[in-house]
Every structure is written in C-alpha cells, then in structure tokens.
Design a protein around this ligand. Structure first.
Ligand code: GLU
Length: 426
C-alpha cells in the first residue's frame, strides 16, 4: 500500500509551497487508496512553536487534507534515533566526536536514484561530507531523523520540494548503512514568482492563513495549488477535488518550476464563488463577515441571502462582500467621490433624482419589474436614455458606480431606504 507523508517543521506558518507539497502527497494517497501521514519535524526546540503547529494543521484541514492516523512528533523519538546512531557506531560506520555521532562517507563511490519526476539523478560521494547524525546536544539532524522515520513509518514514496534533492543521496547512504529499504522519491519543482525568483514575502502573502483572510475560498485555492506544476493532460482550469483525485499522478508533475500568478488565482476564486451552491455561499460569506467583526448575531439572514444571490457573479473574493454588506446595512453610506462628482453634481442631476424619486414614491409595488418598468417609462417621457437615470440613482443609493443590477439592489434595499438615500441629492 502506498504510504506518503507530509513532514512540516512547526517553525512558521504553512505557506503556499508547502501546502502544494502536502496536496500532491495527499492527492497521491487518495488516488492510490493509500495513506497520508503527518510527521511533525520539531527537533529544533527553540524555533518550534505550538502556535505554528495549530496553524499548519488548521490550514491543512481547511484545504480538505485530512490525514490518516495519529501525528508523529520527532521530538518524542530521540531515543529511537540515538539507538540507530549507536548501532552505526557499533558497526563502525559512524564514530563519536565528543557527544556527537558522525557518519563516515566513503569516497569515490556513486549514489543514484530514479526520481519519479526528474528521472535518474546521480551523485559522487566525493561531493558529500561526513554526516552528523546526532548533535552534541542529543538532537538528531534532519537527514538522519528523516531516514529513520521514513523507514520506521513504512513510507513508500517521499514526495517533497526539489530543494531537498541534494539531501537525497545523503539519505540513501544512510538507508544502505542501516539496512533499510529505500523508498521512491519524487522531487517537485519550486514555486516561482512572476519575476522568476523564488516566491517570497516580497511578492505578497505567502501563508495559507493570509489567503483565507483575504477571502479566498478553500476549493479555489486547492484547485489553484493542484494545477501549479501539474496538468491532467488537457487545458482544463477548473477541476473539482474528486476529479483531481481521479486524475492525479505524481509522475505527471512538471520538471520545471511553476509560476504563482495572483491574477489567475483571483479569477479562479471568482469562478468558485459564482458557481458555489447558494446556501453554502451564504454560510461562507456569513462566516467571513463574522470573522471580520462586521456582523454579530442580530443579522438579517434572509435579506443577506438575496444580496449574495444578486452579487455572486460580480465578486472576486469573500472580502468583496464586506463592502457589499455595508451598502445594505450601514446607516452611513460611503460615497465614491469621483462618482458623485460625475453623476450627482451635474446641472440636471438634482432634477433627475427628484423625478425618479417621485415616481418611486408612488409605485404600487416596489419590486424589480415594477421599478424597471417605471424607470423605462420615465426615461421615455423625459426623452432620455434609461442609463441617464440609472447611473445617478445607483450612485445615490449605493455610493458606487458598480455593483449588482440597480433594480435588484433597489428591491432588496426597500422603498424607505431608497427614498431616504435619494433625498440627500434632491
Ligand atoms: N521538515 C522538512 C521540510 O519542511 C521535510 C522535508 C522532507 O519532506 O523530507 O522541508
């Protein structure tokens, strides 16, 4: 059975690159009916922090990557590493230097492995120094703990970032020395920024947590991460998780770096919002507004549902719903000054708003169709284009030039609020 693992160090938040590594492991496990194990590489007691761990686990769960079985903590396994290091001393393959244990690397040998993505990778041991296994403070090194654990945990495939390629020959020497079976390796290319360099803070948000906070939905982020460096063989851009699981194979991951493109992610997010089942979208937006402290428990859920339906085709992130919320529920409207200048400060602006308002006041029913009919009729009477009435009205009632359909917005706002907002410009 395929057993893969994701092995984060809790020394920082889960960032885009690691989340994609986790995702490729997870997809491979689910595709093959195998297991996805989490190992926490917390050997650095000073830099490891439980807060980071919580955040990493929270981000994985948010992105649907449930793991199998219990977590393994390297910090609880120091005795095991020590035992194996001492066995190597015993076999004269390692030596002590003070309290440290060091592995002797025989020179003039070749180490190679067949990477599932890059093909054969070959190193000379002349390039590899003797390896510290246990440091003098009693903690294991990354390469040593990693080998002991991958073997003990019966990991069949090691899928990790290609920044680890140079560690792999060192690890293979240790597998051989310890008599462990060598797993398959797949080194996935790094994620690059648009300018070609390594993705870093400089290019904006890097942690998953920040993307959640900016209003990206989990499904869109998973979709985006999966297609960064992997393609299911056609030009498909929107791929639900169930499809990904069906189609994913680590062998098909690209050899070259994938580029992170924020605009593309934004577009994908807007597609997921647009196509999301409406009750789920209402729940997600509500949760988001709550997190942002925009709403409390007194919240007009029915009205919000209508608003979400009216706006879902026009938003890029959940964050956009914050300003939408304010249009409908804040007593003080925020106005786009330029829009006010353009549509409400013209010589005939006041006249237009007064006439529209008078019609709305007398309208027997205040619904989308009635309002639209009345506006079209009034435009005819005034020999104006409907747009000449619609734009100023929109700015007067929402403060903005863009948004959902005007008549839809007016119907949701209700007659009293609409008349009150228009009065300001009469
Ligand atoms: N803790 C290591 C890292 O985060 C794990 C590398 C590996 O998967 O072997 O880079």
């Amino acid at each position: 059975m395929v057993r893969v693992r994701f092995a984060p160090s809790p020394t920082g938040y889960l960032h885009i690159g690691s989340a994609r590594t986790a995702l490729f492991n997870w997809l491979y496990a689910r595709h093959t009916g195998g297991q996805f194990i989490l190992r926490i590489e917390d050997t650095d007691k000073v830099r490891s922090n439980p807060e980071f761990l919580d955040e990493i686990l929270g981000s994985l769960k948010w992105l649907f990557m449930e793991w199998d079985g219990e977590l393994t903590f390297q910090s609880k396994r120091f005795d095991l590493y020590k035992k194996y290091a001492e066995a190597l001393v015993e076999k004269k393959l390692a030596f002590r230097e003070g309290a440290a244990i060091i592995f002797k690397v025989e020179k003039e040998r070749r180490v190679f492995f067949d990477d599932m993505i890059h093909g054969r990778i070959d190193f000379s041991t002349d390039e590899i120094k003797d390896q510290v296994l246990m440091k003098s403070d009693g903690t294991p090194t990354y390469n040593f703990a990693c080998v002991v654990d991958d073997a003990q945990m019966k990991i069949t495939h090691v899928i990790r970032g290609d920044d680890h390629i140079s560690n792999t020959p060192k690890q293979i020497l240790l597998y051989n020395a310890l008599g462990f079976e060598i797993p398959q390796f797949a080194h996935i290319p790094l994620i690059l920024s648009k300018d070609g360099g390594r993705l870093s803070k400089r290019h904006g948000a890097t942690s998953i947590f920040e993307y959640k906070n900016m209003g990206f939905v989990a499904e869109a982020l998973v979709n985006y991460l999966a297609l960064m460096g992997w393609a299911p063989g056609n030009d498909v851009e929107i791929l639900p998780i169930a499809e990904m699981i069906k189609l994913f194979d680590v062998k098909n991951v690209n050899k070259t770096g994938a580029t992170f493109d924020m605009d593309k992610l934004g577009w994908l997010n807007s597609q997921y919002i647009k196509n999301m089942e409406i009750n789920k979208l209402i729940a997600e937006t509500k949760e988001f507004l709550k997190c942002k402290g925009v709403i409390d428990d007194k919240f007009d859920e029915k009205k919000w549902g209508e608003i979400v339906l009216a706006y879902k085709e026009r938003t890029r992130t959940l964050e956009d719903f914050v300003s939408v919320y304010k249009i409908f529920f804040n007593s003080e409207l925020e106005y786009d000054e330029k829009a006010v200048e353009k549509y409400l400060k013209k010589p005939n602006s006041k006249d237009i708003i007064v006439k529209c308002r008078a019609v709305l006041e007398k309208l027997p029913a205040f619904d989308h169709n009635s309002i639209e009919g009345a506006y079209r009729k009034l435009a005819d009477e005034l020999k104006m284009k409907p747009a000449e009435l619609i734009h100023p009205t929109r700015v007067a009632i929402s403060g903005k030039t863009v948004g959902a359909g005007l008549f839809e917005m007016m119907a949701i706002l209700g007659r009293d609020a609409v008349l009150k907002r228009m009065e300001k410009f009469c």
